[in-house]
Design a protein around this ligand. Sequence first.
Ligand code: IVH
Length: 691
Amino acid sequence: MTDPEARLEELRALVAHHNRLYHELDAPELPDADFDALARELRALEAEFPEYAVPDSPTQDVGGAASPTFSTVTHAVPMTSLDNAMNADELRAWADRVARGLDGQVPTYVAELKIDGLAMSIRYESGELVQAATRGDGRVGEDVTANVRTIGDVPHRLSDPGGGVPDVVEVRGEVYMSTAVFDELNREYEAAGERPLVNPRNAAAGSLRQKDPAATARRRLSFWAYQLGQVEGGPDFTSHRETLDFIGSIGFPVNPEIRTFTSVEEVAAFCLDRQEHRHDLAYEIDGVVVKVDDLAQRELLGYTSRAPRWAIAYKFPPEERTTRLLDIQVSVGRTGRATPFAVLEPVFVGGSTVSMATLHNQDQVAIKDVRPGDTVIVRKAGDVIPEVVGPVVSLRPDGVEPWHFPANCPACGNPFVRPEGEADTRCVAPDCPAQRDQKVAYWASRGAMDIEGLGEQMVEKLTAAGLVRDPADLYALTVEQLVALERVGETSATNLVTEIDRSKQQPLWRLLTALGVRHLGPAASQALASEFHTLDAIREKSVDELAAVDGVGTVIATTVREWLQLEANQDYLERLRAAGLNFGDPEAALAAAEARAAIPQTLEGRAVVVTGAVPGHTRESAAEAIVLRGGTSPGSVSKKTFALVVGDGAGASKLTKAESSGTPIVPAERFDALLDDPDAVLADLTDAADG
Ligand code: IVH
């Protein structure tokens, strides 16, 4: 082990430095998780070696000192921080400490979302907003009243909950930026060529630091209240739940996702569940805060030097970490698009080990100015592909040079092109091997023809050997040809040939998807296939006819029409047909056309949304019945919806939407009647409502 005294000194300097960057300068360089790891290591070492203790260790601070831009506010009741639990065991250990502190009394726990924003204390005198202050070091914060007044969720005057408002009341909670606002602002910044905001929390903090309140207002911040500070002349409370109800009654938004539990195991289960669904929310959370509900019990438990013993922050695993950027490379996709990506020293983030991350496009690399050799922040949130957020500039070693986008395609050597006004750089060489390989790999991929055993490596072997130039060549491959390739055995060769052969029977929509027409994905392919039944029928349709299919639209219709008409693609299509691929069922196409002609078009141009079970129908057959009558069957209710059909297990959001937009609601039992004579059914509904 290294000299603990030296490591302690180093850690104190690091933690103090990053604390200052975070709290005073609003310019954090490290993701929270990296900072927390340093602070934890420091606390552990201090506990282990009390002989090296110093009085001014940063572990004694809650946050940072106030900045000179804003005047200071001394909090009447200090704003403490929270201790963290990094997993369920640490949560249980906290609950054990609580139980011991309460001498056998059983606590009720309140679990709340830990909003990833900025703590704020907002003071009202005689019901009027008089001051808003940041947490600062917990004792002294900054006066940001003018900026907080621009937040829509914060009332300028309190509502009377009945019985009058307190003479003095401080409402505390979290200022945050919703992910929608964050994304929108970043799109604007990107369009203007400006460095993007790193994450919603930084963005919220930066927004509150604006000298001009109008600038804060443009950032559209929000607020969730979760606590009271100083209160004079208000009602008496005995529990946290009561204070929350009170906070709601005076006009503050209180987060609805609050639960009470009596066992720590239930709390742990709730934490895990919220962790799994953290991205289903309109704002970011980084954990769950668990608090003892009973205020008398809180008294008993009291505080440590930095945090209450009656609460704990259960922290989710980090979604941002730092690591070393080893190299930047460019990959060329099946459409020729060149995507720069980062080669990273492997780092565990967002639940998995990441060694590559996208850099999106040429402009993104330039704006972020990441350079091989940099320490970079890597983000992996939920199912989203990992990305490089930006460099930690202060950790950049000497001599690290800016990176330049290559002028030529690394696969074929031809010059990249970038049409004016477009974000994408492309290789447009018709014979580029990277594009060819990607096309074949896409053809075989799970969402397209789903050919097992034909991954990128196998494709590269086949194309390098000259056996495959495009997907149509796959269907002529023999076992003998495959076994002649390096490291391909008899069994895998036979399996692959069988798999390729089997793919000839894949339904038409998979073939359509596999063609790789720009914009045409599986959903639109399915819509086209089920509407027109054969590839030839689709090829004959005009852009308007294609675009009229629900889920298609003009953009897709145009590229599909162009692709199917293009002279250069005719030979390719004929080779696929000759290989025996499923181009659809002409009899079904004919039957569908005849059936359509025979059925009265009662729903011509009308959109009918179905939710829940319809007696005598499956979801698909109900939609088909609507389409056969000239209607469409979209997945959601809008102002243009003709009617919403509601059966058992209906979705609440569709119902609410229909009610608020005045869309007629038809019980599922009347679905068949609606198909025959929709106007009569709606008239009945109106009569029933009037009568
Ligand atoms: S209670 C003494 N409740 O997390 C109790 N804090 O890591 C103090 N936070 O400083 C806070 N959501 O900025 C509480 N529902 C919530 C919270 C919450 C987010 C923040 C707050 C606090 C930090 C501690």
